[in-house]
Write a protein that binds this ligand. Structure first.
Ligand code: C5P
Length: 405
């Protein structure tokens, strides 16, 4: 998915061991569709060669303000004017200290100073030893950079090249790409608390067997990611799936419908949007056996009794908060046929303003889907596309509904 398609990014590297991650970042940006122009300080070139970055970006790297390749000899102007952003990764403590004073004694800092403030955002991914990061001077500089309009990303936590452990690592390449995607997404859900369920549930029969379904959780996870990119605070209650947690999202893992219900009912009181994308089992065994159920030699299958699970969505949709329109509820319907009729009936039964229908067998486990959005007025199709794209479109649609809710 070319999420950064057409974006022109000047990728600046300053001195630090995290330069090795900048190679991966450059590759990820290009893979995501961006055009990348690399500029390196002299110190950065001590850690990684311009040859590597040239090969990965597909363009010659600039390291000097005296580079004679520019006709007017003004690389600091020419390189930044067409950029959608200057991304400094890694941003060293020293480089940030220079920026706050407007120093411009080499190409990269000169370019940052000369950038058009209103149209070319400056995004920094700091990287340094934990003591350097915690130092009041660095923290003061970060605060000043933010006040001057720069977008300073968080640092990661963990083992450092120096052997110490703590805050100050540069974010990983995929985390920086996530931050850039969020940076360029219209913040239509800013201030919203979005609660999402995703994946299947697992209803135990005995300690080794259970009943579940083929939901992979991919659609719900894509929605969580799109909501976070759009500025929401997102909590994801996930059934048993093996998907990584999207960046910036609070995830609560559950197994059974009862556990999912407990988690959701506890969180719904703080949410402003609830999206029930999980494929919750309708029934569970009345009692899970303590020991594995064995064949008894009679040839008869065990006599199993089932009880109905609570309808999580219907309960939330009928809560006082939802009735007072402080909480906007969205349901899902995974059907095998007659999508429009079944989704329309389900919307009424669940008491939700929006119900999203999809054909379960043609989407479970896959990376694409097609959605049918059913509301009181009728239905609208979101034709087959990647779950990433459909999730973005669904979030846009929900944001519009919220403004009229
Ligand atoms: O009734 P059905 O399972 O078809 O309804 C699907 C919708 O209801 C989905 O949004 C699903 O997450 C939600 N649901 C629920 N609790 C249940 C069953 C379904 O929240 N016990």
């Amino acid at each position: 998915m070319n999420d950064l398609h057409g974006k022109r990014i000047v990728l600046g590297l300053t001195g630090g061991i995290a330069c090795y991650k900048a190679a991966e970042l450059c590759r990820s940006l290009v893979k995501a569709g961006a055009q990348v122009q690399v500029v390196m300080t002299e110190a950065a070139a001590q850690f990684i060669t311009p040859v590597t970055l040239q090969a990965l970006s597909g363009h010659p790297v600039y390291t000097s303000q005296w580079d004679a390749r520019e006709g007017n000899n003004m690389a600091h102007i020419n390189l930044s004017r067409e950029a959608d952003a200057i991304v400094i990764a890694p941003a060293s403590a020293d480089f940030m200290a220079k920026l706050i004073h407007g120093k411009a004694d080499e190409l990269l800092s000169l370019m940052c100073l000369a950038r058009p403030l209103q149209t070319v955002p400056l995004i920094l991914a700091p990287a340094m030893n934990r003591e350097m990061w915690a130092h009041p001077a660095t923290q003061r500089n970060v605060a000043q950079l933010k006040a001057d309009g720069a977008h300073v990303l968080d640092v990661g936590q963990g083992d450092q090249a120096c052997g110490e452990t703590g805050d100050g690592r540069m974010l990983e390449a995929d985390e920086i790409v996530e931050e850039l995607l969020a940076f360029w997404t219209p913040q239509v859900l800013k201030g919203q608390q979005v609660l999402i369920t995703a994946g299947p549930t697992y209803e135990a029969i005995d300690p080794v067997r259970g009943i579940t379904n083929l939901s992979s959780g991919k659609m719900g996870f894509a929605i969580a990611r799109a909501a976070r990119h759009a500025g929401a605070e997102v909590t994801l209650v996930a059934g048993p799936v093996s998907l990584p947690t999207p960046r910036g999202i609070k995830r609560i893992d559950v197994r059974s419908a009862l556990q999912m219900n407990d988690a959701v009912q506890g969180l719904a009181g703080h949410a402003s949007v609830f999206i029930a994308a999980a494929a919750v089992a309708d029934w569970r065994p009345a009692a899970a056996a303590d020991h594995k159920i064995k064949k008894d030699g009679s040839g008869d299958a065990p006599d199993m009794k089932f009880v109905e699970n609570p309808d999580i969505l219907a309960q939330v949709a009928h809560s006082e908060r939802a009735q007072k329109r402080q909480l906007f509820c969205v349901g899902f319907a995974a059907e095998s046929h007659d999508l429009l009729a079944l989704a329309t009936a389900k919307r009424a039964r669940k008491g939700v303003p929006l119900l999203v229908g999809n054909i379960g067998p043609s989407t479970f486990g896959q990376d694409d889907n097609a959605l049918l959005l059913v509301d009181a007025q009728g239905a609208k199709e979101l034709p087959r596309d990647t779950k990433t794209k459909l999730a973005q479109d669904l979030i846009q649609d929900i944001a519009q509904r919220l403004s009229k809710h």
